[in-house]
Design a protein around this ligand. Structure first.
Ligand code: SF4
Length: 404
């Protein structure tokens, strides 16, 4: 029996969804000789990747001249997804697919940037540097390389979904899914230069339950390619996925309200050893406190010499704060991996030896973000208040006493 939908007809069933995906690939695929797929290892892009592989392998979609998989590795992937992505990558390579790992350069990676350079963890208000730096820019750079190799525009396939309501609202556009993207899903589409690629979002109309069914039952079956995708579905909370519609992001994402994806993973006994990862977000919260940071003393000017609006802003992490946080992250990693070893489970790799060494070097060299020298006062030191118009309100005696 078909379920009634809000738009009067029947809800899209799985095979109808696949047919629409097939139609979009047949319509737009032949317009490009070279295809690429942006694969985050998350549920939507993994469903797309394995479905496209199935359609190509069975000849239902003609093979492009080249097909390149761009695997986006933020270095902060949720471990079950990372493990599944590794197995799938291995299988793709075995089948002769060109798989390229896309990762930010060492100094731009999240943990090196925060703990080495001292840039505070991102927040939702003023400082959200991470998406561009660890996801968008590396993907754009790899895409530029790819287009350079191929000598012409490529068709970039993305796993962006808007759900079937997009059909009802007339918003569905099989050729491009620029709108409705959010971090971890179609992030690069908003900013990648148009001339490098055209984008196609063949799962735009898929419901989350279709994604779940594909990953859990279809893709692992031999007739669909025998892919190791059930671990991806389970990482989202298994059958609960439809209810919570969980999205994964980086482990310990400072912008998330809750660790929904990590909580779903920890509820599974085989991943319980990852519990110390819950302590990462409190580390980021602690690092936002004034006593962990420097503050501009007042009188900061713009390039044109006028006073900047945000006087006495809080800035980078003190060197001590960075050393403290590095110890915390390494401690979390060590505890997870001790448990992993004891239980014969996969270890986490929050910080590898190269990253740790680079962080220590940057701290020892007293590295500061642009426009900071390290001579500024700590954020909790009481100061005369300086305003954007240049007026100064001297520190009152009881402010000093309170701070003392
Ligand atoms: S998941 Fe969070 S930490 Fe990772 S890039 Fe997105 S906003 Fe930044």
């Amino acid at each position: 029996m078909k379920l009634q939908s809000l738009f009067g007809g029947a809800r899209l069933q799985m095979d109808e969804s696949i047919d629409m995906t097939l139609t979009s690939l047949l319509a737009y695929g032949p317009t490009h000789r070279h295809w690429a797929i942006a694969w985050s290892g998350g549920k939507d892009s993994t469903a797309l990747l394995t479905l496209v592989m199935h359609l190509l392998d069975t000849g239902r979609v003609p093979r492009p001249e080249t097909f390149t998989v761009l695997y986006a590795d933020t270095r902060l992937e949720l471990l079950p997804l990372y493990v599944s992505a590794g197995v799938i990558q291995h299988e793709l390579r075995r089948r002769g697919v060109d798989v390229r790992t896309v990762m930010a350069p060492l100094d731009k990676r999240f943990l090196v940037y925060v703990l080495g350079r001292g840039v505070p963890p991102p927040n939702n208000n003023t400082l959200r540097w991470c998406t561009r730096q660890i996801k968008v820019d590396p993907m754009a750079a790899e895409l530029r390389r790819l287009v350079g190799d191929r000598g012409e525009k490529v068709l970039m396939l993305t796993g962006v979904r808007q759900g079937e309501s997009a059909i009802r609202d007339g918003r569905i556009a099989m050729s491009c899914g620029r709108d409705g993207a959010e971090c971890g899903q179609g992030w690069y589409q908003e900013t990648l230069p148009d001339q490098l690629c055209d984008t196609l979002a063949p799962l735009l109309h898929w419901r989350v339950c279709h994604v779940w069914d594909w990953l859990m039952f279809h893709a692992p079956a031999p007739e669909y390619g025998g892919w190791a995708t059930s671990g991806v579905a389970e990482a989202y909370g298994g059958e609960e996925a439809e209810e919570i519609n969980a999205r994964t992001g980086c482990v310990g994402c400072p912008l998330a309200q809750r660790d929904t994806a990590l909580d779903a993973v920890l509820a599974q006994p085989e991943w319980a050893h990852l519990a110390p990862l819950k302590e990462i977000r409190p580390v980021w919260r602690e690092l936002r406190r004034p006593q962990r940071r420097l503050r501009q003393p007042g009188g900061e000017a713009r390039a044109d010499g006028s006073l900047s609006k945000n006087q006495q802003r809080l800035g980078p992490l003190t060197l001590d704060a960075r050393r403290w946080a590095l110890g915390q992250v390494l401690g979390i990693q060590r505890r997870v991996n001790e448990a992993a070893r004891a239980e014969g489970r996969p270890p986490v790799d929050l910080l590898d030896a190269e990253e740790e060494a680079r962080i220590r070097d940057l701290i020892e060299a007293g590295t500061w973000p642009q426009r900071w020298t390290g001579e500024e006062p700590r954020g909790d030191v009481p100061l005369d208040a300086v305003f954007a118009d240049g007026s100064v309100q001297p520190l009152l005696p009881w402010d000093v006493e309170a701070a003392g």
